[in-house]
Design a protein around this ligand. Sequence first.
Ligand code: 2NL
Length: 362
Amino acid sequence: MSAPDRDAIRDDILTRIEQAADMAALEEARVEALGRNGSVTALMKSVGQLAPEERREAGQLNNAVKQAVTEALEARQAVLESSELDARLAAETIDVTLPVRPESQGAIHPISQTIDEMVAIFAGMGFTVAEGPHIETDFNNFTALNIPPEHPARQEHDTFYLPQKEDGSRLVLRTHTSPVQIRTMLSEKPPIRIIVPGRTFRADYDATHSPMFHQIEGLVIEETTHMGHLKGCLIEFCRTFFDIDDLPARFRPSYFPFTEPSAEMDIGCSRDGGGLTIGRTKESGAGDWMEILGCGMVNPRVLENCNIDPQKYQGFAFGLGIERAAMLKYGIPDLRTFYESDLRWLRHYGFSALDMPGAAGA
Ligand code: 2NL
């Protein structure tokens, strides 16, 4: 091959490299020069056709061309890469001052919020949370709690029973959270100090009753626990929950099969023209009373049923409805709206996930 051919090939390819506007064009130029059928590749191969005495010089010159082309390719590649990056950076600038796109935020249901608040209060008094299954044995739900066979709660139309098993036993949807306390007493030794929130089920449906509702119960079993502890604990709970330091409270005698003695706790309120305000008011003082929970000293028979020696241990228990407490605290007028899954209702009565379930709530 003659020198002008070699120079022409070199000049041609170097020009193409220099003019390559982007990486794709540069790659095309590389293949045309150094690819299998490339012009520089052909130049290298042509040395074999020369007379032996010409080969040495031609080989060296061809190598120099290849070297020049390779270096030009690398140089052009560096230039293109940096300008492509500049172009991307210019095109992709973001405006960090733009407002954040709104994301829809869920809300905490008032039942969950109320449970969280109550648990926080009792946790501060040393209680731990216990939970258990919704489907229970007849023993855990009734028998262990000293609820006699003729008790109305046991009747078919008050309780959801599962189909009878072959041995004649029937499981039930728990009618209160007490079976969780029974399970705890059967599996753990005193001292016991638990708070038990959860779903409960009764065959009842009208304006103030739902077949599924929520309860929270508490149980304390220690050697020296007495009614003074019960009263102090529950008065402190109500005052903290409703955030009223001087909330009046009283205990009235009552009856539950699982406690003896039993009591109902009332808190002070005032009723004016159909409305209800918890706590003292300027107009009426603590004019009126409203029942808030049931409680009592655990019946020794219940302790015995759970293999706890009633000569050595005693304790108190209490229970209250979550929905009712939430309605009172947050002014929700209708029980049924709790379960309608109406997002407008939830936006109105719900709580932000960032609200602390503090004693006084939001
Ligand atoms: C109410 C009254 C109450 C209890 C629940 C209880 C549980 C065990 C032993 C003794 Cl395992 N008592 N629970 C005691 C008194 C009252 O609930 O009106 N609840 C809505």
